[in-house]
Design a protein around this ligand. Structure first.
Ligand code: NI
Length: 178
């Protein structure tokens, strides 16, 4: 197992739409094991493959005592509405209140390639939606108001001036964003 470097805001891979997984093999299982180790080391509640530089549809979750991998995840249902403070391992030190559906029905494949369904709410539902967003090249800041997003990006640029990465927009430029 290995702890993988986590890509940060401004790196193009975070804005890529990840490609579906077609084969669940030992190579993928190795990636999943490394992603769990990386998430644990960073004390995260979720990690998507984009964040470790691989634009494939796989993410790991550990929230509300639920720990699982989701391969090619989709939401079959999403109901209710809930607001909570959200952060991201790829955008350290910044956080903001994001409104999302409160309850979800997730369908995905596990590490054996078997399809499973999970009904989730609370933090686990939020983490799953946050990670599926990552697989679509979307970040939590895209859900904030334009003003809040601008302030955050400004602060990010100021604090990370020497680190290289700069701001990049969401895949289909966020005209639809609130
Ligand atoms: Ni994130």
């Amino acid at each position: 197992m290995a702890i993988l470097p986590i890509h940060q805001l401004g790196q193009p891979i975070l804005r890529e739409v990840a490609k579906p997984i077609t084969t669940v093999d030992d190579e993928l299982r190795q990636l999943i094991a490394d992603m769990f180790e990386t998430m644990d080391a960073a004390l995260g509640v979720g990690l998507a493959a984009n964040q470790v530089g691989i634009a494939r549809r796989v993410a790991v979750i550990e929230a509300d005592e639920q720990r699982f991998v989701m391969i090619n995840p989709i939401l079959l249902e999403a109901t209710g509405k809930d607001s909570a403070d959200e952060g991201c391992l790829s955008i350290p030190d910044l956080h903001g209140e994001v409104t999302r559906p409160e309850r979800i029905l997730l369908e995905a494949m596990d590490a054996d390639g078997a399809t499973f369904r999970l009904e989730l709410d609370g933090l686990a539902a939020r983490a799953v939606q946050h990670e599926i967003d990552h697989l679509d090249g979307v970040l939590f800041i895209d859900h904030l108001s334009a003003l809040k997003r601008q302030l955050m990006v400004k602060r990010w640029k100021k604090e990370h001036r020497d680190d290289g990465p700069t701001w990049l927009p969401a895949p289909e430029e966020s005209e639809a964003a609130p």
